[in-house]
Design a binder for this molecule. Structure first.
Ligand code: PLP
Length: 394
């Protein structure tokens, strides 16, 4: 065993865990194995836990603003991993990336304006557009014969050129299909957006999980010309499993837009980061790097395990090999079952709580998303359960 024991199962029941404590409310079986919402079943890095304990022991949880160390830690992370060197002045802090995207929609578009998304995509993208009475413009991704999702650029260009279209929500790495968009793809997208005055909100929350020889590029760092037109959403929450501490860093190079977004956030009454979250974010970027490397190695082994198990035991099911994220997109369409039957078999009969593909748009029907950031034994048990119901069915 290495320095960290990711095989150890930590009981999360009774901890207010969205993933574990609300099965009945979500219409799932109490004993379902929950591999759905994107957090990890591993305690975070010991250095982060120690820092949080220190803050708790201090005992005063007053209003907090980051000191220089916070920015230095965050910026050094981007520099080390992505060769990106933004100034701290670009940062707007928010309690989450979805919150930030919603505020961007409100600050930079008007009711009725079109916002492009690429289904199947992280479903809150749809919600923030629709709930703010903007028009959802879908540029669906296409699955090619090699099992790789691609962008339909002709369709994208047509939709971006519509005078109503004002914004594009980019997901890179893409949840749930696992693509890490290449530099060439990013340039093509951004050039179309620049030409058509479509503001790009680049959600890069999964950027710390990039596999094999795929290369992650911070969109706004590709060319200085992109600075006026790209807002970059980042957070330590995926990499270090800190979603419940609610800290994210949004980078906006353009001063006018930065003020517009800050005003929008303030109009909603939000101002200061959570005290423990702030300290945890700094500790993560400052001293969680060893842990991050180790957790990535473990998760990659889980991905390989999942691929191998599926190939050997689940006829008709294909894994879309992820280039990034700890979410694996499984294609069940080859089983010949309808998507409703698949959802029922997995979630009800097998008692494995996954995110059904249909929640990511109709393009996701017949797919399931499995979160593999859990101890291998849990993953193995979930896959065994799935195999059991499919064997009975055939
Ligand atoms: C692409 C993407 N963006 C944002 C989020 C959530 O971010 P936050 O919890 O900071 O709102 C997730 C969580 O799964 C995600 O997959």
């Amino acid at each position: 065993m290495g320095k960290y024991n990711f095989d150890e199962i930590t009981d999360r029941r009774g901890t207010n865990s969205l993933k574990y404590d609300f099965a009945a409310e979500w219409g799932r079986s109490q004993d379902a194995i929950p591999l759905w919402v994107a957090d990890m079943d591993f305690p975070t890095a010991p250095e982060i836990i120690r820092k949080a304990e220190e803050v708790v022991r201090h005992g005063i949880f007053g209003y907090s603003e980051p000191l220089d160390g916070y920015y230095e830690a965050a910026l050094s992370h981007y520099k080390r991993h992505f060769g990106w060197n933004p100034p701290k002045e670009w940062i707007v802090k928010t309690p989450g990336v979805v919150f930030a995207i919603a505020q961007c929609v409100r600050a930079f578009t008007d009711e009725g304006d079109g916002v492009i998304i690429q289904n199947p995509v992280y479903y809150p993208f749809t919600d923030v557009v629709k709930n703010n009475n903007r028009k959802l413009v879908d540029n669906p991704l296409k699955l090619n014969d090699h099992g790789v999702y691609e962008i339909d650029f002709d369709d994208f260009e047509k939709k971006a050129a519509s005078p109503d279209t004002k914004m594009f929500l980019l997901c890179n790495p893409h949840n749930p299909v696992g693509r890490v968009w290449t530099k060439e793809e990013l340039i093509r997208l951004e050039e179309i957006c620049l030409k058509n005055h479509v503001l790009v909100i680049s959600d890069e929350i999964h950027s710390d999980f990039v596999w094999e020889d795929n290369e992650f590029n911070v969109l706004v760092n590709i060319d200085d010309r992109y600075r006026e037109n790209v807002i970059t959403c980042t957070s330590p929450s995926k990499a270090f499993n800190l979603a419940g501490l609610q800290v994210s860093n949004i980078f906006i190079p353009d001063g006018t837009k930065r003020k517009q977004l800050t005003d929008e956030i303030w109009a909603g009454g939000y101002l200061y980061l959570n005290t423990i979250g702030l300290a945890a974010c700094q500790a993560a970027y400052e001293s969680g790097q060893d842990w991050l490397k180790a957790v990535k190695e473990y998760i990659w082994e889980n991905i390989l395990f999942c691929i191998d198990y599926t190939e050997k035991n689940l006829p008709g099911v294909k894994i879309i090999r992820p280039q990034g994220t700890y979410l694996v997109w499984m294609d069940y369409r080859g089983t010949g079952l309808s998507f409703k039957e698949i959802e029922d078999l997995i979630n009800v009969k097998a008692r494995v709580w996954l995110d059904d593909g249909s929640i990511f748009g109709k393009e996701g029907e017949g797919f399931e998303r499995i979160n593999v950031a859990c101890p291998r034994a849990v993953l193995a048990e979930a896959l065994e359960r799935i195999k059991g119901v499919f064997l009975k069915k055939s």
